[in-house]
Design a binder for this molecule. Structure first.
Ligand SMILES: [Zn+2]
Length: 374
């Protein structure tokens, strides 16, 4: 693994502004690197489907021996805000932002790791199946790129998603199911000073509904939140409309369903008691997954970590990632750590040696996949 080149590439990529749906510029930089490796990268139609300026970027490293498993490598191209004018600072073994933006190690560390592994694979004489690199767009705003990936064109036996935080050897092998909900409470407007008794206060109704809800961490595998509330027009008007939005997540689908119903019931009852009406929209954000430690995809990565002297461990994640979408489409996918820390904060950092180790780990994992007797 070429540490200096990886650092240089990382510094280059994080300085390219790439918010969700505007990944074109960073994708072109990645595309150029892929072409330099002799690959023929292409974009799929996801960009148009989600109204972004760029589709998912896909590059296939052909099999050197037919019949062996196809491995998908995935990282996402978009970053969260604030990410304009990122000024990366190298301090010993860490890269941080200057403090006024995120760093973008989520997930450009993953992008750099995959590029380095492709370079190593292209240069090495390993009997292996096809390796498909999928660089997704708009992950951070609801896994939109992965959801619009053309699974008729992209086949894989397993997928390693390079989008996990912390140290080498750590894998996320389960993620929750998630629902989102929007409650629109309708009351009746009235002058707050002249005739308040003629009004029905939608904000009060929604507040009572929310106050009755069980929220936060509900048990070790279930969480719920109301994260957004908008309503009212003036202090002297009894508000006739308020919109509250929230989410619930659980590794257990039954618990998710019960929590979603519980929240709807709280809101409906509170509205009814005040003569207000409530309209509820609820939908699945993504499906969860749980891959047992005995599964081949985990065994390969564990064996690889051990070979390199790391302690493999699996854990359940609390969030959604592109791995949820791949699993839902029948491609077993786990998330490997990249050496990134404190994603989505101004303190975000990347441990350089762990990024390099992660690339070695991923390369060794691909060797393990291909060492299994056919
Ligand atoms: Zn990410």
């Amino acid at each position: 693994m070429n540490r200096d080149e990886m650092v240089e590439r990382f510094i280059q990529l994080v300085q390219i502004y790439s918010p969700s749906k505007h990944e074109r510029q960073v994708a072109e930089a990645v595309e150029e690197t892929l072409r330099g490796l002799g690959l023929a990268p292409y974009y799929d139609a996801a960009g148009a489907a989600i109204d972004g300026d760029c589709g998912n970027l896909i590059a296939k490293l052909p099999a050197t021996e037919p019949g062996r498993p196809t491995v998908m490598l995935n990282a996402h191209l978009d970053t969260v805000e604030p990410s304009r004018n990122i000024r990366p600072v190298i301090e010993d073994d860490f890269i941080r932002s200057a403090g006024d933006t995120i760093l973008g190690a989520d997930d450009k560390a993953g992008v750099v790791i995959i590029l380095e592994v492709l370079r190593a694979l292209a240069a090495e004489d390993l009997a292996r199946g096809e390796v498909v690199a999928v660089f997704t767009v708009a992950e951070e705003i609801g896994l939109l790129g992965a959801q619009n990936l053309d699974f008729g064109q992209v086949h894989a036996d397993v997928a390693y998603v390079m989008d996990g935080g912390q140290t080498t050897g750590k894998m996320t092998t389960a993620a929750p199911y998630a629902n989102r909900m929007v409650y629109t409470v309708r009351g009746k407007a009235a002058h707050a000073g002249v005739c308040p008794e003629q009004g029905i206060n939608a904000i009060v109704a929604a507040s009572r509904g929310i106050a009755a809800m069980r929220l936060g961490r509900l048990d070790e595998e279930t969480t719920a939140n109301i994260g957004l509330i908008q309503g009212g027009t003036a202090t002297n008007i009894v508000p006739d409309r308020v919109v509250a939005s929230g989410e619930a997540r659980s590794h257990d689908l039954q618990k998710l369903t019960e929590q979603t119903e519980h929240m709807a019931r709280c809101m409906t009852q509170a509205a009814e008691q005040m003569g207000a009406e409530v309209e509820i929209e609820q939908s699945r954000s993504y499906d969860g997954f749980a891959i047992p430690d005995s599964a081949s995809i985990v065994q390969w990565a564990s064996a690889a970590a051990q070979r390199l002297g790391h302690t493999p461990c699996t854990e359940r994640g609390g969030g959604g990632s592109d791995a949820n979408i791949f699993n839902a489409h029948g491609i077993p996918a786990v998330i490997l750590s990249t050496g990134a820390r404190d994603a989505h904060t101004l303190q975000e950092s990347l441990c350089i040696s762990e990024m390099v180790q992660a690339a070695r780990w991923l390369l060794e994992t691909i060797r393990q996949v291909n060492s299994t007797p056919r």
